[in-house]
Design a protein around this ligand. Structure first.
Ligand SMILES: Cc1cc2nc3c(=O)[nH]c(=O)nc-3n(C[C@H](O)[C@H](O)[C@H](O)COP(=O)(O)O)c2cc1C
Length: 413
C-alpha cells in the first residue's frame, strides 16, 4: 500500500474516532456522575445513585440514600431535587408510604417550591416553616432538602461564576488524538515536497483543532431557570388540584415583562370560565403602560402593587351582554369565575397575581372607568396586577371542616 493511501485511511479512521469521542462526551455518556459508594447504588428511572445527570445538563439529587434516618408521618420522604447551574429548579416529593390523599396536602401546599431558584448555600440558610396539619412530613421534607443541599455543596455540582465553561478533559483528550493523527500523517509523508494530499490533511487537522476547541467551550446559561418552560410536576403536568392549592396572592413582582403568549394564555383561561346562559358578559382591559398602572396603583387604596407590576388585567362586566331581568346581576359571578381562572392560569404559568377589588364600591368603579375611559355599561369588577413573583409566600391553609354541612344544616358545628 502506498504511503499516501495509508495516510488517508489512518487519518479517516482517526477522525472517525475523534468525532465519536466528541459525540459521546457531548451526550454526557461518560460524564454521568456516579455514586460515591458503589454499594449505595439503586435503580431509579434507569439511573443510579444519589446524583445523576440528565441529558439537558440538569442534575438530580436523589435523597433516598442520604435521608434514611429522616422520617415523616408515614416513614421516609424521598425527594428528587432538580438542579441546573448550581441552582434548584424544583423539588419533587416521590411516592412514599404515606396515604397519597394526605401527602397531597404537603405536595400541594407550595412547600416544595420554597427552594426554587436557590443555590445550595442559600437553601441551607433559608428558614422554611412546616405545614400546619402535616407537620411531621413537612419537617422531614425540610430536613431532607437540607441534607441534600449539604451533599450538593460538598460535591460542588457546577461552577457558576463564568459565562463559559471549559471542558479541559475533553479538550486535552481530543487534542492528544489530533496530535497522534498529525504524527501519523507526518510519518507517512515521506515525500520531500509537500503534496496536495498533505495540504488537505493538514488543513483538515487544523479544522479539527478549531472544532474541538469550540466544542470544549460550552456557553453557560446564566439565567438560573428557563422561565419560558413552566416547572412541571413529576408526571410533567401540574394537576388542576396542584395549581388550585399552590395559588396564593402575589403582591410583589420582578421587573420583567410578561410575554405576549402568556398574556394570551391568561385571557384564554379567563374566557373559558362558565357563565349564566353562556352570555359571556365580560371585557378585559390589558394594561402594560407604566403611567396607567401607576395611576391605578395610586387611586385604588389597596392596589398599590399595580405601580410595580409589569402588567394588569382589569376584568369588567359588560352590561350590554348581561342577562336582562331577574338574572341581570349574574355578570358578577361570571366575571368572578373568569378572574379565578385567570389567577389559576397565572399560577400555572409561573406568574404571580392578586385580585384587587373595584366593584361594588361605587367610587372605585367611577375612578377606574375614568382612568381607562370605559363607557358606562362596562363595569370594572377588579384590577389584577400580574408579574413574575418577587416573593414566595406559602398558600394559606383554609380547610375548615366545620364549614361543611352534610345533607342538612347542623347547628353549632
Ligand atoms: C373580591 C376580592 C377583593 C379583593 N381585594 C383585594 C385588594 O383590594 N387588595 C389586595 O391586596 N388583595 C385583595 N384581595 C385578595 C385577598 O386579600 C386574598 O385573596 C385573601 O387574603 C386570601 O389570600 P390568598 O389569595 O393568598 O389565598 C381580594 C380578593 C377578593 C376575592
Amino acid at each position: 500500500m502506498k504511503a499516501s493511501k495509508a495516510q488517508s485511511i489512518i487519518s479517516l479512521i482517526t477522525c472517525f474516532f475523534l468525532i465519536l469521542a466528541v459525540t459521546i462526551c457531548k451526550e454526557n455518556k461518560f460524564r454521568n456522575i456516579l455514586p460515591d459508594n458503589e454499594n449505595e447504588t439503586e435503580k431509579q428511572s434507569g439511573n443510579t445513585g444519589i446524583l445523576r445527570q440528565a441529558d439537558d445538563g440538569i442534575q438530580i439529587v436523589s435523597t433516598r440514600q442520604i435521608t434514611k434516618d429522616v422520617n415523616g408521618y408515614g416513614g421516609n420522604v424521598p425527594l428528587e431535587i432538580y438542579m441546573k447551574d448550581n441552582r434548584i429548579i424544583k423539588v419533587v416529593a416521590l411516592e412514599n408510604s404515606e396515604t397519597p390523599s394526605y401527602f397531597a396536602k404537603v405536595r400541594n401546599s407550595g412547600l416544595l417550591r420554597q427552594w426554587d431558584n436557590l443555590s445550595p448555600e442559600e437553601a441551607l440558610n433559608k428558614e422554611v416553616d412546616g405545614i400546619s396539619g402535616a407537620t411531621e412530613s413537612s419537617a422531614a421534607i425540610i430536613q431532607s432538602v437540607q441534607k441534600a443541599m449539604e451533599y450538593a455543596k460538598e460535591h460542588s455540582l457546577e461552577e457558576t461564576n463564568s459565562s463559559f465553561s471549559f471542558d479541559w478533559l475533553l479538550f486535552l483528550g481530543l487534542l492528544a488524538g489530533i496530535a497522534v493523527c498529525t504524527l501519523i500523517i507526518t510519518y507517512f509523508s515521506k515525500q520531500p515536497k509537500p503534496q496536495t494530499m498533505r495540504y488537505v490533511l493538514n488543513f483538515f487537522n487544523l479544522a479539527l483543532v478549531i472544532v474541538v476547541t469550540a466544542l470544549s467551550i460550552q456557553p453557560k446559561n446564566n439565567q438560573v431557570i428557563n422561565k419560558e418552560e413552566p416547572i412541571m410536576t413529576q408526571d410533567n403536568k401540574p394537576s388542576v388540584l396542584e395549581s388550585i392549592h399552590a395559588r396564593t396572592s402575589i403582591r410583589s413582582y420582578l421587573p420583567k415583562e410578561v410575554e405576549e403568549e402568556k398574556v394570551e394564555q391568561l385571557l384564554r383561561a379567563a374566557m373559558a370560565a362558565p357563565t349564566a346562559t353562556n352570555k359571556q358578559p365580560w371585557a378585559f382591559i390589558v394594561i402594560k403602560e407604566k403611567e396607567i398602572l401607576s395611576e391605578l396603583g395610586t387611586t385604588l387604596p389597596y392596589a398599590k402593587m399595580a405601580k410595580e407590576a409589569p402588567l394588569a388585567i382589569v376584568v369588567c362586566g359588560d352590561l350590554s351582554k348581561a342577562i336582562s331581568g331577574a338574572g341581570s346581576d349574574y355578570w358578577v359571578q361570571d366575571a368572578s369565575a373568569a378572574t379565578e381562572n385567570l389567577l389559576l392560569a397565572a399560577q400555572g404559568l409561573e406568574l404571580g397575581a392578586v385580585w384587587t377589588g373595584v366593584y361594588p364600591i361605587k367610587e372605585r368603579v367611577k375612578e377606574v372607568q375614568k382612568i381607562l375611559h370605559l363607557p358606562e355599561h362596562i363595569i370594572p369588577l377588579n384590577v389584577v396586577p400580574i408579574g413574575y413573583p418577587a416573593e414566595n409566600p406559602l398558600p394559606k391553609d383554609k380547610w375548615k371542616p366545620e364549614n361543611v354541612h352534610y345533607e342538612r344544616w347542623t347547628e353549632g358545628k
